[in-house]
Ligand binder design. Structure first.
Ligand code: GUN
Length: 300
């Protein structure tokens, strides 16, 4: 028997569409003041099929928001130096406010060296150590898109997060660590759990907020969730589907089980995923304002 869903289902797709519309509405006043549209450059090296899909959606969303999109597709055998030269050219190009180098990069390229070469003011992924450091000490930073989008959804559902216990499962630089920093900034009590954590279910049971970002299909079970907790599922895992040869996407949480206990939960797909691109556009607009000496657009 499938457990009944009692949780509020957090509609990330609708929230992201609304955010994108609000961003698009801010673009004309930027154009008026700066004399140009905000610009996002996306660099893809190689032909990874998933990356190609992401890059195409980013391009489309950027244009839909009224921003300029600069796409750079390079062959898989591109040398690290050639990629660094492209990053240097984009750093120097005044029409480019945001630079995103799509990960993963081919094995012969050191992604740390490439990320370090991006001008922190244009680092709309928020992966540069300068932005990670600024986030950690509470200074103005560009914040990684997935945690930022997750925080927006949490604030939409819960309002003030202060004093709540958040358990973040996953310690990556891209999601887990910046998510924990953002929640700490909101005065949550934050636990960072990970694959080596002892008795993970007992830790997760303490959480008012669970952020699952481990990349393991349906690892978080319903009986790990405190009744009424808010569950943000960052996982996107492709697993075999019901029909032979077909696959489906699932999160890091066993959705039906968790939704029967949680107060609110993000679905996969349609939860955190759509927020990532919306936040990338948000970061591009914010970077454009800061680079132009304008104050940050409000309410984003
Ligand atoms: N690959 C998958 N997601 C992302 C992302 O958010 N940024 C970059 N640069 N690469 C990715």
């Amino acid at each position: 028997m499938t457990a009944r869903i009692s949780a509020k289902i957090i509609d990330g797709k609708a929230f992201a569409a609304d955010l994108r519309a609000r961003l698009a509405a801010r673009v004309p006043s930027f154009v008026e003041q700066a004399g140009r549209a905000p610009g996002l450059a996306v660099v893809l090296v190689g032909e990874d099929p998933a990356s190609q899909v992401y890059v195409r959606s980013k391009h489309k969303a950027t244009l839909e928001a009224g921003m300029q999109s600069f796409e750079h597709r390079l062959p898989a055998e591109t040398s690290q130096q050639d990629l660094l030269d492209l990053v240097a050219a984009l750093n120097a190009d005044d029409n480019v406010d945001g630079i995103l180098v799509q990960l993963p990069l081919p094995d012969h390229i050191d992604d740390k060296a490439v990320l370090a070469a991006i001008d922190p003011a244009k680092d709309v992924d928020g992966f540069h150590v300068v932005n990670a450091g600024r986030l950690a000490v509470g200074e103005e930073a560009l914040v990684p898109c997935t945690p930022l989008g997750s925080l927006m959804l949490l604030q939409d559902v819960l309002g003030d997060l202060s004093g709540l216990h958040a358990v973040v499962i996953g310690r990556s630089n891209i999601v887990g660590k910046p998510m924990a920093q953002l929640l700490l900034q909101q005065s949550c009590t934050v636990t960072i759990a990970h694959s080596r954590t002892k008795d993970l279910p007992a830790i997760v049971r303490l959480a008012d907020i669970v952020v699952a970002a481990v990349g393991r299909a349906e690892m978080v079970r319903g009986d790990w969730i405190k009744p009424g907790a808010t569950v943000i599922d960052v996982g996107i895992n492709r697993v075999p589907g019901a029909e032979p040869g077909k696959t489906k996407l699932v999160g890091d949480c066993a959705y039906d089980e968790c939704a029967a206990v949680a107060g609110a939960i993000t679905p996969v797909p349609g939860g955190v995923g759509p927020m990532t691109i919306a936040c990338l556009l948000r970061n591009t607009l914010v970077a454009a304002h800061r680079r132009t000496g304008l104050s940050d657009p409000e309410g984003l």
